[in-house]
Design a protein around this ligand. Structure first.
Ligand code: ZN
Length: 627
């Protein structure tokens, strides 16, 4: 039921800027400053944003609107004078010779028209004089400045707070797309090439699959994956991550190869730096908006995430005349895409237990189309996100909690899991109650707790089941880890087979794996049942019946013909399971499987372990990946 309230009854955060008294404005300015700074820290330093970009932009705009109305509130500490957060302490710092500023944002066509008009007014251009702009996709990655001296890459830094960034030189050198030496004509003695480090969508999905396989946290989106990968203290981890780069700007330069924006960017391309092929020139707002729509239509098909289109005055002499205002150049504008959002009703909150015992709340929604995709589930991130108050006490969504029955705004951006981003408070039904996040695991009933990091004293945002092996969800995960390449490296016992053996009650704990030979018939039957199920599924999908069905007793398992232990008296039915890496009893017959008895030293398949002969694992092992 919509309620109308007088402005004075409402909390400050809900009052429009125009109605604020000077005292209220100061209080609201301070509150926003704190909230934005907290979000900045999460975004820039922890790569774990707790609000959407659109919400963040809204906070930022409100903050700037207050400063516009009450200029006295702006001081040197004002966020309007800063870009992002200070660099993380663990990296060495690099001071940018020319600051890396961020661009002013626009969300509507009118703002783009006004931008072009403003530039023309500032330059005092006659109506008939042409003014060219570049228009290029805004890559959703991590800005980076690459310093080349005499054509050689000497250092690389993140944006950081705009004036000082993190030294990521060693990591940037592992990015194959970034040349260590610039080739061709007109390479200046010194130039800071600026651009975006990003991860393409396919590589992002593959990385998350590996993270999941390794039981590590998933990245929320390609941007976070790129940031998390670039800002690794161990550059070997960065090297294993498929990062890419687009060059689109520059900082300090001893000379420039052209006198236009597009000319310099094309020179970058000729020197061997990757540049974006969708950069064009346009002569007016209509041309810019046409390119904006064209790129918007291509967005889903592009291999990388973008969040808008950037317009820049093409002539560099005009850029210099236009200069800067506050934290942004007057000659450039970032025209952002609206996030794809829709409104629906939250019917229930389901708690899912991850394989590591993490309790994750999932919103069950009345199905709604969001940008052409029907969404009925969306992530609610964690307990604090539902409560509307972060672990650090900072408000999320202005402190509004999420309740079952609420009308909520759901957002889908790129390949990211849809998320609930806000609550339509006016539509909250009577009698709703704050959601009580369970203190017990819904799978096994064990106590679920939020651990406190003894070093930082910070409480984990994630509540975890303490059930350990009692918990089916966790037991399977532990078994998977036990069998994985990094642990006991048991051939044939991949994720799928672990689940199969767990469900068949054959393996509930790691020790059961080594007693499987006692349950050969059951094991064989479990695999046969699974194969039969798959075959039936294939028949149902293809509509084709199998031609030759082998009698069960005639079937063979891959590799069973090779005796796992090499002993003639081994009569056990041999499952496709073999342990490698450390000496042990044969997992099929219990016989001595060879090896030197030392244990613990990592080995490849052919060294130690079962002496029945090595064969390649059925699936490729996960690549080393870390946070
Ligand atoms: Zn549990």
């Amino acid at each position: 039921m919509p309620r109308s309230k007088s402005a004075s009854d409402r909390p400050l955060r809900d009052q429009i800027v125009e109605s604020l008294t000077p005292d209220d404005a100061a209080a609201e300015h301070a509150r926003l400053e704190e909230e934005i700074a907290a979000h900045d820290a999460r975004y820039y330093q922890e790569d774990a944003p707790s609000v959407t970009d659109a919400e963040y932009d809204a906070l930022r705009r409100r903050y700037e609107a207050i400063e516009a109305r009450f200029p006295d509130l702006r001081d040197t500490e004002s966020l309007s004078e800063k870009v992002g957060a200070a660099p993380v302490a663990k990296f060495a710092k690099i001071t940018h010779a020319v600051p890396m500023l961020s661009l002013g944002n626009a969300f509507s066509d009118e703002e783009v028209v006004e931008f072009v008009a403003r530039v023309r007014r500032f330059l005092n251009l006659p109506a008939d004089e042409t003014l060219c702009f570049t228009a290029e996709p805004k890559i959703d990655g991590l800005s980076c400045s690459l310093r080349y001296e005499h054509g050689r890459l000497v250092s690389a830094a993140t944006r950081g707070d705009g004036s000082q960034g993190e030294d990521v030189t060693a990591n940037v050198r592992t990015i194959t797309e970034i040349p260590h030496v610039l080739k061709g004509d007109g390479v200046p003695e010194l130039i800071d090439v600026r651009g975006e480090v990003y991860m393409d969508k396919g590589d992002f999905l593959a990385l998350n699959a590996r993270q999941e396989e390794a039981g590590k946290p998933l990245f929320a989106n390609p941007r976070n994956a790129a940031a998390g990968s670039l800002r690794q203290l161990d550059s070997a981890i960065t090297a294993a991550r498929p990062l890419r780069f687009f060059a689109y700007a520059w900082g300090e330069a001893s000379s420039l190869p052209a006198d236009t924006q597009i000319g310099v960017v094309h020179a970058f391309g000729s020197w061997g730096l990757p540049i974006n092929p969708l950069t064009i020139l346009a002569e007016d707002a209509a041309g810019l908006l046409a390119h904006f729509r064209k790129i918007g239509e291509m967005r889903a098909q592009l291999g990388y995430d973008i969040d808008g289109v950037v317009y820049k005055v093409d002539r560099l002499d005009l850029q210099r005349r236009l200069g800067f205002v506050s934290r942004s150049p007057r000659w450039a504008l970032a025209h952002k895409f609206p996030a794809e959002q829709a409104t629906t009703v939250l019917e229930d909150i389901e708690i899912q237990v991850g394989r590591t015992g993490a309790l994750t709340p999932v919103a069950k929604l009345i199905p709604v189309s969001v940008g052409g995709v029907v969404v009925s589930n969306a992530t609610l991130h964690n307990e604090d996100y539902i409560r509307g108050i972060g672990g650090d006490g900072a408000p999320i969504r202005g402190g509004v909690d999420i309740r079952i029955g609420d009308t909520v705004v759901v957002q889908r951006a790129g390949d990211v899991i849809p998320q609930v981003v806000s609550v339509v408070l006016e539509k909250r039904p009577e009698g709703t109650k704050a959601f009580e996040f369970t203190r017990h695991c819904p799978v096994c009933g064990s106590l679920a707790v939020r651990e406190v990091d003894p070093k930082t004293g910070k409480q984990d945002a994630v509540r975890r089941c303490t059930g350990g092996l009692i918990c089916a969800a966790q037991a399977v995960e532990r078994l998977r880890h036990f069998a994985s390449r990094n642990a006991f490296d048991i051939e044939g016992l991949g994720d799928e087979n672990v689940q199969l053996l767990f469900d068949a009650d054959l393996v509930r704990a790691p020790a059961d794996i080594f007693r499987l030979h006692e349950r050969g018939d059951e094991l064989r039957n479990a695999f046969l049942a699974q194969r039969e199920l798959r075959a039936q599924q294939r028949e149902a999908e293809t509509g084709k019946a199998r031609k030759n069905r082998l009698a069960d007793e005639k079937r063979q398992f891959l590799g069973v013909e090779n005796s796992p232990c090499g002993r003639d008296q081994c009569q056990a039915p041999r499952p496709p399971l073999r342990r490698h890496g450390r000496p042990a009893r044969c997992c099929a017959c219990g016989g001595d499987a060879g090896g030197d008895g030392g244990g613990g030293r990592p080995r490849d398949h052919s060294d130690g372990g079962c002496i029945g002969g090595a064969r390649p694992r059925e699936s490729p092992a996960p690549q080393a990946a870390g946070q």
